[in-house]
Design a binder for this molecule. Structure first.
Ligand code: NDP
Length: 241
């Protein structure tokens, strides 16, 4: 049986690698993104070239009404999701004394409010389908230990971890596992502007991780072998913490 999975922010970076990995497991992959249509098409083409199936589902995860409308329509078209990966995220860094309210709001809405916006419309249908399932959120090392210049991002990711653990407890009896993957520094557009040499000095393995190394863990959490793992935060960080 083909199962449908939704991945937010799957046009680029870690989300794209997750989409490719889950498609290779045989899932039909809903590729969400905000505006980068060309990149999203590339994700889909990669999946299809490998014999997998997927489709594009653009909407802003920070927009509650837009998310609800898109997800409800998509479930009407193709059925309930078996799994969801809350991956889309943004940073807007700045030391706290000079951090604008706009940066605070944007980062909280996209990284934390999206948990509600994405999962609230889909969880009850998942429960009612009685098929079990998988939910994975992408948090961060910043949500575990903080990071100077990222109070907004750290707050959002720490909040995401709390929400993940609570939802795991609510859904455990339904055989829907809910876990968070906490990457360290991973090669993607998100870290492209950061000073690489400084980052490398902080990482015991002296290299950035790859999106595929994060996707490998998500694929494991989606596998049958991981059915008894829930409510956990698992780091992929080269020994950073
Ligand atoms: P990228 O910046 O490379 O990609 C971000 C993705 O999210 C894109 O697909 C983008 O779509 C999408 N996106 C951004 N905002 C929205 C929105 N409002 N609605 C829908 N989609 C949106 O990020 P990464 O791959 O690096 O990060 C993925 C996740 O991993 C994030 O949650 C991030 O916080 C987390 N993470 C990343 C780390 C890293 O080192 N890279 C470290 C720790 C955590 P579009 O292309 O249309 O803009």
């Amino acid at each position: 049986m083909t199962t449908r999975v939704l991945i937010s922010g799957a046009s680029r970076g870690i989300g794209r690698a997750i989409a490719v990995a889950l498609a290779a497991q045989g899932h039909e992959v809903g590729i969400n993104y905000l505006s980068n249509h060309t990149a999203a098409q590339e994700t889909l083409a990669t999946i299809q070239a490998a014999g997998g199936s997927g489709y594009l589902l653009p909407f802003d995860v920070a927009d509650r009404e837009a998310a609800k409308a898109a997800l409800t329509q998509d479930m009407k078209n193709g059925g309930v999701y078996w799994g969801v990966v809350c991956n889309a995220g943004v940073t807007a860094d700045g030391l706290f004394p000079v951090l604008s309210g706009d940066k605070w709001d944007r980062v909280l809405r996209t990284n934390l409010d999206a948990f509600y916006n994405l999962l609230h419309p889909v969880v009850m249908p998942m429960v009612q389908a009685r098929r079990g399932g998988r939910i994975v959120t992408l948090s961060s090392v910043a949500g575990l230990v903080g990071n100077s210049g990222q109070t907004n991002y750290s707050a959002a990711k720490a909040g995401l971890i709390g929400a993940t653990k609570s939802l795991a407890q609510e859904l455990a009896r339904r055989n829907i596992t809910v876990n968070s993957v906490a990457p360290g520094f991973i090669e993607s557009d998100m870290v492209a502007h950061l000073p690489k040499e400084e980052l490398l000095q902080r990482i015991p393995m002296r290299r950035l991780g790859t999106p595929e190394e994060v996707a490998g863990l998500v694929a494991y959490l989606f596998s049958a072998s991981a059915a008894y793992i829930t409510g956990q935060v698992i780091s992929v960080n080269g020994g950073l913490i």
